[in-house]
Design a protein around this ligand. Structure first.
Ligand SMILES: [Zn+2]
Length: 266
């Protein structure tokens, strides 16, 4: 009680004035927590890569506290079976998922900033990190395709976060990215609002197909998303690519909370 009444003794104007003064000294806002960002020595060669990929300077700032919450998965344990609960008669059994981050710490805070705060540049930062991880891992493919959003969601958000993440990753690895290769055949609503894993599978069943303008026969394709939970969405996207004649499909997601089940590298 006492503490809160003391706090209210500082008028809002005074608090605002202090905040503005702080912003003059450290003028950058952290894209993840919204706090003041100390901008130097942040992400190694991120700025150089950003400039090379987008032909402009990056505007992104992340504070040291958020950066210290990065949860990378141990390098030897980044391969998973795409489906957390494998199904019988799976048309793509053993489908592999490469995922370098756990959905904790900075990622758990950053992904909502990307999706609901519409922070495209934050998606690109993690795409650049993902691309570097893929390069170190030696992952090669003919094409990278993002999991598509429904038209309605794309209109709401203005961008597809899966595409924004996979585009710089594709560039870094010299693989073409195809935003319109997969399309949604229907709006499935938000997977994140469904808790039950079998219902998640049912919700996305046959939700994707390959765009008529694309011939994917014989190609090795990476299908990419931001977060993988049960893997049902990526699995359906892979199914559509195999159905259209892809030779081999690998799933890549930035983050997810998986423990065991190592799959074979691509
Ligand atoms: Zn921060």
């Amino acid at each position: 009680m006492r503490r809160s009444s003391e706090k209210s003794l500082i008028p809002n104007e005074v608090r605002e004035a202090f905040k503005r003064a702080a912003e003059l000294i450290l003028p950058f806002k952290c894209a993840v927590c919204g706090g003041v960002a100390d901008t130097d020595d942040r992400f190694g060669n991120y700025e150089t890569l950003y400039r090379a990929i987008y032909g402009m300077e990056s505007e992104l700032h992340i504070c040291g506290k958020c950066l210290s919450m990065t949860n990378t998965v141990d390098e030897d344990n980044r391969w998973f079976l795409c489906l957390s609960n494998p199904v019988e008669n799976d048309p793509c059994p053993g489908l592999a998922l490469y995922m370098p981050f756990t959905y904790k710490g900075i990622l758990e805070r950053a992904v909502p900033r990307i999706k609901f705060g519409k922070n495209v540049e934050l998606a690109r930062l993690f795409g650049i990190i993902l691309g570097s991880c893929m390069r170190n891992e030696g992952i090669k493919a003919d094409l990278i395709v993002p999991v598509p959003l429904s038209e309605k969601r794309l209109e709401e958000r203005g961008f597809n976060q899966a595409y924004e993440i996979c585009y710089p990753a594709a560039k870094i690895n010299g693989i073409p990215a195809a935003e319109d290769c997969l399309i949604r055949t229907r709006d499935t609503g938000r997977q994140s609002e469904i808790n039950d894993s079998s219902r998640r599978e049912g919700n996305v069943k046959d939700a994707f197909k390959v765009n008529d303008g694309w011939d994917v026969r014989g190609l090795r394709i990476i299908v990419a998303d931001d977060v993988a939970t049960t893997g049902a969405t990526l699995h359906e996207a892979a199914k559509a690519l195999y159905k259209a004649g892809a030779a081999k499909v690998l799933c890549v997601a930035l983050a997810g909370n998986r423990t065991v089940k190592n799959a074979e590298p691509f």
